[in-house]
Design a protein around this ligand. Structure first.
Ligand code: SF4
Ligand code: F3S
Ligand code: FES
Length: 236
C-alpha cells in the first residue's frame, strides 16, 4: 500500500519555526511506524532526527505522536492506524531538540526526585535469605514495575501541558512501585514530596495517561492509590 507520511521537522539551532516534510512510501500493513521512519532515513533524508534503540517495545526511547496520539513507533503497526495518511510529531510539553527528539531532562529530573529505588537500612535477615514477600505483597505493586520510562503518559497529560513543573504520571507510577513495596522504608518521604505544590494533586483524573501507556499500566488507579495513601496515612 502507498502511505503518505507527514513528518514534523525542526532544528531550533538554524530555523525560526517548525515545518512538515511529506514522503510517499510503499509499505506493508504489518510494517511498524518505526520501519517507515527508518525507510525515510535510509532512502530519502538521512538527517531526520529520532531516538530508537531496542525496536521491540522495551527501551522506551521512541515514544512520539502518531496521528495525534502518543505511542511507541516500534509497536504501532500501519494497519492499526486505519489510514494511509500518517502524521508523526514529537511528544508535547518537552522542548524539541531536533525533529522528533525532545529534551527528556525535565522528565528524568521529576522521576529522580521521587527516589525511585529501594530504601531499607535495616540489617538483612541473618539466615542469609532475601527479604521474602508473599504473592499478595508482590501483587500490590507489580503493575507499576512494568514502566519503561517512555514518557508517553506525562506528555499526554493536560496538567503537565499547563505547567511542566507538575511531577507527572510517570514519576508517580515509579514512586508507587516503591511506596507499596513491603520491603521499602521510605514511603513517608516519597509521599511528602508527592503532597507538595507540583505533586500528585495536580492530577485532575483526565485518564489520558492511562490511555497512552504502551505497557497498559493502570496509571490513574495508581495515582488514586497514592492520593489515598497521603490522605489516610495507610499503605493497604
Ligand atoms: Fe511509559 Fe507507561 Fe511508564 Fe508512562 S507509565 S512512562 S506511559 S511505560
Ligand atoms: Fe494527567 Fe493522568 Fe491525572 S492524564 S490529570 S496524570 S489521570
Ligand atoms: Fe525501544 Fe521502541 S525502540 S521501545
Amino acid at each position: 500500500m502507498l502511505i503518505h507520511l507527514k513528518v514534523f521537522r525542526f532544528d531550533p539551532q538554524t530555523e525560526k519555526a517548525p515545518h512538515y516534510d511529506n514522503f510517499e512510501l510503499q509499505a506493508e500493513p504489518t510494517d511498524r511506524v518505526l520501519d517507515l521512519l527508518e525507510k525515510v532515513r535510509n532512502e530519502h533524508d538521512a538527517s531526520l532526527g529520532l531516538r530508537r534503540s531496542c525496536a521491540h517495545g522495551v527501551c522506551g526511547s521512541d515514544a512520539m505522536r502518531i496521528n495525534g496520539k502518543n505511542a511507541l513507533a516500534c509497536k504501532k503497526l500501519v494497519r492499526d492506524l486505519n489510514s494511509d495518511h500518517i502524521t508523526i510529531e514529537p511528544l508535547l510539553g518537552l522542548k524539541v531538540i531536533r525533529d522528533l527528539i525532545v529534551d527528556m531532562k525535565p522528565f528524568f529530573e521529576h522521576y529522580e526526585s521521587l527516589l525511585p529505588y529501594l530504601i531499607n537500612e535495616e540489617p538483612l535477615p541473618t539466615d542469609g535469605k532475601e527479604r521474602i514477600q508473599t504473592e499478595e505483597q508482590v501483587l500490590r505493586y507489580e503493575d507499576t514495575t512494568k514502566c519503561i520510562l517512555c514518557a508517553a503518559c506525562t506528555t499526554s497529560c493536560p496538567s503537565f501541558w499547563a505547567d511542566g513543573k507538575y511531577i507527572g504520571p510517570a514519576a508517580i507510577v515509579n514512586a508507587h512501585r516503591f511506596v507499596f513495596d513491603s520491603r521499602d522504608r521510605a514511603a513517608a518521604k516519597r509521599l511528602k514530596i508527592l503532597n507538595q505544590q507540583f505533586g500528585v494533586w495536580r492530577c485532575r483524573t483526565a485518564f489520558n495517561c492511562t490511555e497512552a501507556c504502551p505497557r497498559e499500566i493502570k496509571i490513574t488507579q495508581a495515582i488514586a492509590e497514592v492520593k489515598r495513601a497521603i490522605t489516610t496515612g495507610k499503605l493497604d
